[in-house]
Design a protein around this ligand. Structure first.
Ligand SMILES: Nc1ncnc2c1ncn2[C@@H]1O[C@H](COP(=O)(O)OP(=O)(O)OP(=O)(O)O)[C@@H](O)[C@H]1O
Ligand SMILES: [Mg+2]
Length: 585
């Protein structure tokens, strides 16, 4: 898991700073030039004050030196204020851009991407990983440059003021790096460990909050708390270890600084004796050394910060590099207004290699026909629908709409003409009205109400505290399953698609509502090609064609009457359901 410094990645991150070059440049220049000059000039002025003004007892000159120094201190203060204020602003803008890029990229990724990852881990990337780049973008990059320049400046000054003394002190730096080498490595590992533990906690957290109802229903709270507690304490331990190691780095630098100071006074005194150095210069040296270790210490910390940022940016780029598996071809056509002839042409499909979910499906729906898909759970009903909406691409075969292979057309033009009520209806937080409007964003309020009325959702909506303006929480927790389904019906109807798909749409609706829905469906289906999946077989009795699936194969195909006469699987399913219902009732 040891990761070395990845310059390519750093460069890629740097590209996010590019749009702000013009704003950054003055800040960098000002802090670099004015900040460094004023900082480096002060110790030199001190030496002049001692060696010239005080040595010659020249009070006026001393005042001039002192006030120049004061001026420089004020300048430094101003420069720092300026830098901190504007760098933060730019840093936040970069993070904003990055979050935007990440979110909009993820929006377009295909189902396969989300199949592979828990929602929690996707979440963590947009929040934590981007946040952990904050330090890098707000202070990191600029501080790094400034520190390097300052260090270089000090080295040059020390060597040019007194080459021998300068050299004697500077040799302690590589010494420190050698001594601290293994420690730095351990620190790096420790932080990597912390990050891993943390991302595990985050994923678990998201999952357990999403699953809280199941947890409570099965009274697994205690176990869940214990599991979290274990993770939490492991996480804490790794933090403790990392920060303890980190803190042991400071004393090493202090020790080296102390050695440097010893060398300075011992060798400096020597040089003063032999008249090669004046006292003021010795004081200046002491000052420079003070300034010398500060940036080195910061660079050490910064190195860790960089590694954290590196790990985060790696994860961010992993997502950004992810291509939608269902992509548009080079120059996709726009699917013209369709009539609704759908043809599945010998479709083979697998979610995972070697486990085919559809094993050669050929199926045709003429414009306006209603097709019902039935079959045992896991037989491939939803999968057929997923392919029609092009959430996935088939491994073999093609799906044609009005003769167009759906891989040749833009996703927008395809999906805008295919309406779907998914098996797990999703209600977004917002008003009921907004949730219906999701079907077609430019719909008027009247159109929304008309759609709701058509699917018999209007009655229950009017009874909500604020009617259409009632706020439903995320996932529509305050609505019943049936109500949620009615809403998604209205949503699909509003979109007015030529091809309509209802996956299990009537599964959780009571008999009375179901009758209403049946009525609504009749109007809803007129003139549209429709694919209906229903476990309640009474719902699909009137379909133009019933298709019976089993383990990814089509077993039977025909109208209700034909299939009943045939006495095959469908007949068996109807019999079983009838028996079950009459026994239960
Ligand atoms: N996202 C997925 N990743 C991997 N395998 C999947 C995925 N979705 C479905 N499958 C598998 O594909 C097969 C067909 O699933 P599909 O969802 O089409 O069944 P279904 O007929 O709709 O069942 P149900 O009536 O329970 O909704 C099943 O064996 C299922 O395990
Ligand atoms: Mg299904």
């Amino acid at each position: 898991m040891e990761k070395s410094f990845d310059w390519g990645q750093l460069k890629r991150m740097g590209a996010y700073l590019k749009p702000y070059r013009r704003q950054l440049l003055p800040i960098i220049l000002v802090t670099m030039i004015l900040g460094t000059l004023s900082k480096l000039a002060i110790p030199y002025l001190i030496s002049l004050a001692i060696d010239i003004a005080i040595f010659n007892k020249d009070g006026n000159l001393l005042v001039i030196y002192a006030s120049t120094m004061l001026g420089l201190y004020i300048l430094q203060w101003l420069v720092n204020n300026y830098r901190i204020r504007y760098i933060n602003v730019i840093g936040q803008k970069v993070l904003y851009d990055l979050r935007y890029a990440l979110f909009s990229h993820i929006q377009n990724l295909s189902f396969r991407f989300f199949d592979k990852r828990p929602a929690g881990s996707v979440l963590v990337r947009i929040t934590n990983d981007v946040n952990s780049l904050q330090d890098l973008f707000t202070n990191g990059v600029v501080n790094l440059m400034i520190d390097c320049v300052q260090l270089l400046g000090i080295v040059i000054i020390l060597l040019s003021l007194n080459f021998k003394l300068g050299l004697a002190i500077i040799v302690t730096v590589p010494l420190m790096f050698i001594v601290s080498g293994s420690l730095r490595k351990r620190i790096r590992w420790a932080w990597q460990d912390v990050r891993m533990k943390q991302s595990r906690i985050n994923s678990h957290l998201a999952e357990s909050i999403q699953g809280i109802r199941v947890t409570q229903a099965f009274t697994q709270e205690k176990e869940n708390i214990k599991y979290f507690d274990d993770m939490n304490s492991v996480n804490k331990k790794s933090w403790d270890k990392a920060s303890a190691l980190n803190q042991s780095f400071g004393p090493i630098i202090e020790l080296t600084a102390a050695i440097g100071t010893c060398i300075l006074f011992w060798y400096g005194a020597h040089l003063i004796e032999s008249q090669e150095l004046k006292i003021g210069m010795l004081v200046a040296f002491a000052n420079y050394i003070g300034n010398f270790w500060e940036p080195i210490n910061r660079l050490g910390q910064m190195y860790n910060q960089m590694l954290v940022a590196m790990a985060s940016s790696e994860r961010i780029f992993e997502f950004l590099d992810e291509k939608p598996t269902v992509g548009e071809k080079e120059k996709p056509e726009t699917l013209p207004l369709i009539e609704g002839n759908v043809r599945f042409d010998n479709i083979v499909f697998e979610y995972e290699k070697g486990r085919p979910a559809l094993k050669g499906i050929s199926l045709e729906a003429k414009a306006g026909e209603s097709i019902a898909l039935v079959g045992h759970t896991g037989s491939g009903k939803s999968t057929i629908i997923n392919l029609l909406c092009r959430f996935y691409d088939p491994v073999e075969g093609r799906v044609l709409i009005d003769g167009h292979d759906i891989r040749d057309v833009t996703l927008q033009s395809l999906r805008s003409q295919v309406g779907i009520v998914l098996q797990d209806t999703f209600i977004f937080s917002g008003s009921v009205r907004d949730n219906i409007r999701f079907g077609r964003l430019d719909a008027t309020d009247e159109e929304i109400e008309a759609a709701a009325k058509a699917v018999h959702a209007h009655d229950f909506i009017s009874q909500l505290p604020f009617g259409y303006d009632t706020q439903v929480e995320e996932r529509g927790n305050m609505l019943s399953m049936g109500q949620r389904q009615l809403l998604s019906f209205a949503r699909a109807l509003l979109a007015n698609p030529r091809v309509l798909i209802l996956d299990e749409a009537t599964a959780s609706i009571d008999t009375e509502t179901e009758l209403k829905i049946q009525e609504a469906l009749k109007t809803l289906l007129i003139g549209r090609t429709s694919f209906m999946i229903a476990h309640r077989l009474s719902t699909i009795r009137n379909a133009d064609k019933i298709v019976v699936l089993d383990h990814g194969n089509i077993m039977e195909e025909g109208t209700h009457e034909e299939l009943m006469k045939q006495g095959g699987i469908y007949f068996g399913l109807v019999e079983a359901q009838y028996k079950f219902l009459s026994e239960a009732g």
